[in-house]
Design a protein around this ligand. Structure first.
Ligand code: AP5
Length: 311
């Protein structure tokens, strides 16, 4: 699986190598380009104007036309500086059953971000039988938010783990209240993009009631919209304890009470998508937005590098 890091290390006055930084093939809507840019392959170079070093993840998996080819001139000088751009950070939000988990599966597969779902972390605590899990379940059964003293530490701790720091993250269902957003702001954690799935309430109820989960693969199904591929999978599907019509109504109420406050914090990076369309169509919209964010980020990183090298 790919990740989104294109790490550039630089030390003096030079511009990024044009064959990578300005390659028309590196249109970031190209699945291969981002899925293949990863950690730990190193290319070193210097030009007559300056020196720099590019670290490109999984460079060898790039299509030949996208690979950076150093010229004889670029191979002759020393390496001078180091500057590594930050990985991409995405939040995804929406009412219960709006399709967050479904879209996260697709985003993760294509972009290699670390998927961090607050609901999944809480269900893992419940399954492990911890004290936090026992307390969390009482709130989840009532469709209420689990108290911050449990959720905030849990999510912050996960965000700070090395895989999320190195590969970038996709935060699902968090923050869900002003206090949770404020806790992230205090740590200086902001997303590059805040995806908001917009789905009407009648649709949400039908989605919740028909949702099933595969305990073996973790895949999300729906009896009508995304049915299991075969009888064997169908036989092992499970239903979440809070997926009843009665509980979804409580969950929706909680969502309505908190959503505006959270949106107010991220209004500069919100991307609202109609989530009431087929799964692939919703993903196509998200994919476009993500590609454009990544392209912008790459350009900014390249210009910062160039500025750093000329100053
Ligand atoms: P959580 O697990 O996060 O639940 P949720 O927000 O209610 O969202 P869901 O997981 O139910 O839905 P989803 O949007 O992921 O939809 P999915 O892709 O599965 O939270 C559970 C509880 O934990 C909360 O109620 C709260 O108590 C607690 N909690 C969580 N986060 C917390 C926080 N930050 N603070 C405090 N407490 C917290 O899709 C649903 C169904 O629809 C599936 O069957 C799918 O196949 C289908 N589907 C998806 N997209 C489409 C489509 N486009 N067309 C047709 N069908 C579709």
């Amino acid at each position: 699986m790919g990740s989104l890091g294109l790490a550039v290390t630089s030390m003096a006055a030079a511009k990024p190598t044009p064959s990578l930084a300005s390659s028309p093939s590196l249109g970031l809507s190209n699945e291969k380009s981002f899925a293949s840019l990863h950690s730990s392959d190193f290319l070193e170079t210097s030009t007559s104007r300056a020196s720099f070093r590019l670290e490109i993840s999984h460079h060898r998996r790039l299509p030949a036309e996208l690979r950076w080819k150093p010229s004889a001139a670029t191979l002759s000088g020393p390496v001078v500086a180091v500057a590594k751009p930050e990985p991409v950070k995405i939040m995804i939000s929406g009412a219960p059953a709006s399709g967050k988990g479904t879209q996260c599966e697709l985003i993760k597969k294509k972009y290699g971000l670390v998927h961090i779902s607050a609901g999944d972390l809480l269900r893992a605590e419940i399954a492990a039988g911890t004290e936090n899990g026992k307390r969390a379940k009482e709130y989840m059964e009532k469709g209420m938010l689990v108290p911050d003293e449990i959720v905030v530490m849990m999510v912050n701790g996960r965000l700070l783990q090395p895989d999320a720091q190195e590969n970038g993250w996709l935060l699902d269902g968090y923050p869900r209240s002003l206090s949770q957003a404020a806790a992230l702001e205090d740590l200086g954690i902001r997303p590059d993009l805040f995806i908001l799935l917009d789905v009407s309430e009648e649709v949400l109820i039908e989605r919740v009631v028909g949702r099933r989960l595969d305990p073996v693969t973790g895949k999300i199904y729906h009896l009508k919209y995304s049915p299991p591929e075969n009888e064997e999978i169908a036989a092992r599907l499970t239903q979440r304890f809070d997926d009843t019509e009665e509980k979804i109504k409580l969950r929706l109420k909680t969502h309505r009470q908190n959503v505006e406050a959270v949106l107010s914090i991220y209004k500069d990076v919100i991307f609202k998508v109609n989530g009431d369309a087929p799964i692939e169509d919703v993903f196509a919209e998200i994919d476009k937005a993500l590609s454009s964010v990544l392209e912008k980020k790459l350009r900014t990183d390249s210009s910062s590098m160039a500025a750093g090298m000329t100053s």
